[in-house]
Design a protein around this ligand. Structure first.
Ligand SMILES: Cc1cc2nc3c(=O)[nH]c(=O)nc-3n(C[C@H](O)[C@H](O)[C@H](O)COP(=O)(O)OP(=O)(O)OC[C@H]3O[C@@H](n4cnc5c(N)ncnc54)[C@H](O)[C@@H]3O)c2cc1C
Ligand code: SF4
Length: 623
């Protein structure tokens, strides 16, 4: 049987950081990832933060991958504008929260995980191979066996192998946590459901529209009626030449008032401000004359598709300085004017010869969804079991601070702490729970991120309140108006935060995280102080069937999910809450068709839920 020092299960941003850190410490580790390629199963919003807390130290991404990280990694845009919008129909009141976004941050970059995690994997592999380790993609860990003093990892694809310790970075629906009894499945109260779409938008058009420079980015957050009465909010983040638009809602509020995830994301896309953000010029092909001979129809269809693709690709290159320069360097075009002339001539040909129309619409590239753990409610207090350490989403460690979600940076910090603990155990050859697990628990407890999951930070609150100073206090419902006014006094704020922290999040959250906070108050603000934003077009939003058809899957004839209680009320809600409509009801029984599953985890609570076998299932292209 093969032996390795450490197995890392899961190649998301957390698992990859664990592999890189262990290799940096010259320890051998193998990382097992179920996805066909690293990055194909991961979804985020997402902004990757690097932080500098005033007390304590966190391990940032550049500490793991080197100080050249920002220069070398495929980051999208440095977020320099962070705006929260209170919405009520077409009225919007905007609050500039850039100071809150920059609070204790070295940077926050928008990222797409397929690209970023692949880059992390390349970097980690180069280091890990020097230690006799590496990454094995396309392999699904199905069980862990403890036999006397031995720890054996069983997979669906490989021969079993033995390790001294395991770092479980297998995400929010951690099978390792469940199968080893390290924790129960998360409850709906502890989770949020995130759903997002990636929208294509040429670089320079985006920069002009969002008022950002070539290396800058914007984040727009939304609360109010746009959430369709759910606790949480919407977001639009600028990537280099795409936008990430989506919604993250408290799972309990979805259970109480089920709405289809695609309806929720469509509500974001249909907001007049978002419509204006996502709009672009889109070519629409005219139906081909059915009276023409078959061969002629085929020839025309082919010619039109080719021209539309060329027009679209060339136009996107034209609006990107780097791609424009490449086209000229390659000798294909002599100048920018020549590229523009070619775009116009294709446009002309498509309209005149083939009667194609050019409309204002938007182009959706990918639809995705994933659960997000709320660390305030579900972080594992004991993030280990025997010689297995849990990190990132698997340990329930996500932070929700105001509109900000932090999971990527937290997982990376956890991973470094876990890797350091494991390296220390390797040096002493001591993998007992007291030497390894309890030491790791102490390291995690010391993390400033854990503090953020336990307490309100009064300085952050001040930054947040200062940013909202233009919100007319007298128009915010009587309870909130009073709180706002009281909080502007430093002394009262200090006392209130002290009191709130004594109360603890358990008692505070039901009051703070309510429909009143996320919907009613923003609606009132928008109604009374907002301005009307209008949009002159209606986006052609794809149906869910069209969205699924665009996704890439490696189908498995075996289902990775088993419905245990087909008549159960929770399962009936899945008919609505599954983002890809995998559930239906037949004769009062809930039936699953697993083929369209995007592995979001929403149905895991009451099913026998596994990740698909290695290489099978969804392959996200953007994440
Ligand atoms: C819509 C949305 C918006 C978000 N916005 C932000 C944001 O702005 N900023 C931020 O910091 N965070 C954000 N987050 C949270 C962040 O994306 C997550 O916290 C982070 O991606 C989790 O990383 P991870 O490595 O812990 O888990 P994952 O990325 O879930 O990785 C787990 C990996 O384990 C693999 N795996 C699972 N089981 C097995 C097995 N048995 N065998 C082998 N492999 C296995 C999976 O294939 C997967 O690749 C957002 C999340 C969502 C959904
Ligand atoms: S079947 Fe379950 S895990 Fe798959 S997409 Fe639907 S809710 Fe998500």
């Amino acid at each position: 049987m093969e032996h390795f020092d450490v197995a890392i299960i899961g190649g998301g941003s957390a698992g990859l950081a664990a592999l890189k850190q262990l290799s940096n410490l010259e320890k051998q580790a193998v990382l097992i990832e179920a996805g066909k390629t690293v990055g194909s199963k991961n979804v985020s919003g997402g902004i990757l933060y690097s932080k500098k807390p005033k007390n304590g130290k966190v391990n940032n991404v550049e500490d793991v991958y080197g100080q050249e990280f920002v220069a070398n990694a495929p980051l999208e845009r440095l977020i320099t504008k962070y705006i929260l919008h209170a919405t009520s129909k077409d009225k919007i009141f905007s609050i500039d929260l850039t100071s809150a976004h920059k609070y204790q941050a070295n940077f926050g970059y928008s990222v797409l995980l397929n690209k970023l995690n692949s880059w992390f994997a390349k970097e980690a592999t180069a280091s890990a191979e020097k230690q006799g380790g590496g990454i094995i993609p396309g392999v699904h860990v199905k069980s862990i066996i403890w036999q006397n003093d031995r720890t054996i990892v069983e997979t669906n694809e490989l021969d079993e192998f033995e390790v001294k310790a395991i770092i479980a970075a297998d995400g929010v629906n951690s099978e390792i946590a469940e199968m080893t009894g390290a924790r129960n499945k998360f409850t709906t109260e502890e989770l949020y459901q995130g759903v997002k779409v990636v929208v294509k938008l040429p670089e320079e058009i985006m920069e002009q529209r969002f008022g950002i420079g070539p290396n800058e980015g914007a984040a727009h957050l939304f609360a109010g009626d746009i959430t369709l009465n759910h606790i949480g909010g919407g977001f639009v983040y600028t990537n280099r030449d795409t936008l990430s638009a989506g919604a993250v809602y408290h799972y309990d509020s979805l259970i109480q008032k089920p709405d289809e995830p695609y309806v929720l994301v469509n509500a974001i896309l249909n907001n007049p401000m978002v419509r204006e953000f996502i709009k672009d010029e889109v070519a629409v092909k005219e139906d081909i004359d059915k009276g023409l001979p078959k061969e002629e129809q085929l020839r025309t269809r082919f010619a039109v598709s080719k021209l539309v693709k060329t027009w679209d690709d060339l136009r996107h290159s034209y609006y990107s300085p780097a791609s424009r320069a490449k086209l000229i360097e390659s000798g294909k075009y002599k100048s920018e004017t020549e590229i523009k002339a070619r775009i116009d001539s294709i446009h002309q040909e498509l309209s005149d010869k083939y009667k194609a129309k050019f409309l204002t619409d938007y182009v959706e590239l990918e639809y995705s969804a994933k659960l997000v753990p709320d660390g305030k409610r579900c972080r594992m207090k004991k993030p280990y079991n025997k010689n297995i350490l849990f990190v990132g989403d698997a340990a329930g460690r996500g932070i929700f601070v105001g509109p900000r979600i932090e999971g990527l940076n937290v997982g990376i910090d956890d991973a470094v702490r876990a890797a350091n603990a494991v390296a220390r155990s390797i040096d002493r050859n001591n993998f007992t729970h007291s030497y390894l697990g309890e030491y790791y628990t102490r390291l995690v407890e010391d993390s400033p991120y854990t503090r953020d999951m336990k307490e309100i930070d009064k300085d952050y609150l001040k930054t947040f309140l200062d940013a909202t100073k233009d919100v007319p206090k007298d128009i915010v419902g009587s309870r909130y108006g009073m709180i706002f006014r009281l909080m502007t006094s430093g002394t009262l704020r200090g006392l209130a935060v002290g009191f709130a922290n004594i109360l603890g999040y358990d008692r505070l959250l039901p009051i703070v995280e309510s429909v009143e906070t996320y919907v009613q108050v923003p609606v009132e603000i928008a109604e009374k102080a907002g301005t009307v934003v209008s949009s002159t077009y209606t986006p052609t939003i794809p149906t869910i069937a069209q969205r699924i058809a665009k996704l890439k899957y490696d189908d498995d004839n075996l289902s990775h999910i088993k419905v245990l209680h087909p008549k159960n009320e929770f399962m009936k809600k899945m008919v609505i809450l599954c983002p890809t409509k995998c559930y239906s009801i037949e004769n009062d029984d809930v039936i699953l068709q697993h083929e369209g599953c995007i592995e979001c985890g929403t149905c895991a609570k009451e099913t026998e839920w596994r990740h698909p076998r290695g290489e099978k299932g969804i392959n996200f292209q953007y994440g």
